[in-house]
Design a protein around this ligand. Structure first.
Ligand SMILES: [Zn+2]
Length: 209
């Protein structure tokens, strides 16, 4: 089996991955720390470097920028960490059952019908992952460069747009709010327009690993 890397997928995004609607994911680029002359360290980037990285990524060069860590290279396999639980409740007929269940399927256990206390996706062990992805292409762009079409490829259908942007029907607004709910407090808010890795992937069935 090829080495696989974990990727945490929020609950809202699991079904869009499963049904093939979501084909890209964005992650903030963590630029390396450089010391300034006054001793402070800060993350900096040089515009020229972004073009350079994108150029090298096109040529499929391995690890074009040694000091930026990204597990998202073409051909990499990723396993999806999602909200889960092992249900140990009894079936309606009183017989015991233990099954791994996934929150994206239903808020109640699909085997016994009882409510489940979900565990965070972060703590999902790899052996119960059911979704395996393969990286097809990677590039860097600015977060706000995303178009409506780009938001669709991020897995936003009408329901998710309504959830995050109300009746505005504004896809980019929905995506910006979704993004901020995950990344704003880490310093990568929509407003700051950070550089992001755009990872295009396809879904591998477990049988192909
Ligand atoms: Zn159950």
């Amino acid at each position: 089996m090829k080495e696989m890397y974990p990727v945490v997928v929020p609950n809202d995004m699991v079904n869009p991955v499963l049904n093939g609607q979501k084909t890209t994911m964005r992650f903030a680029v963590r630029w390396p720390l450089f010391s300034r002359s006054d001793g402070y360290k800060r993350r900096i980037y040089i515009r020229k470097e972004v073009d350079h990285v994108n150029e090298l990524l096109k040529k499929k060069t391995r690890n074009p920028m040694e000091n930026i860590s990204t597990p998202f290279r073409k051909g990499r396999r990723l396993y999806v960490k999602e909200a889960w639980h092992m249900c140990g409740a009894d079936n309606p007929d009183g017989s015991p059952h233990t099954e791994f269940v996934y929150r994206a399927d239903s808020e109640t256990c699909k085997f016994c019908g009882k409510p489940v206390k979900w565990k965070s996706a972060i703590f999902m062990p790899s052996f119960i992952a059911r979704i395996i992805l393969q990286v097809e292409r990677v590039w860097i762009e600015r977060l706000q460069d995303i178009t409506k079409n780009g938001v669709l490829k991020e897995g936003f259908g009408k329901d998710l747009v309504r959830k995050y942007a109300g009746n505005s029907h504004n896809y980019r607004l929905a995506f910006s709010r979704f993004w901020d709910s995950l990344h704003a407090r880490k310093g990568y808010s929509w407003k700051k327009n950070p550089h992001v890795w755009v990872v295009k992937f396809f879904h591998l069935s477990r049988g192909k690993i």
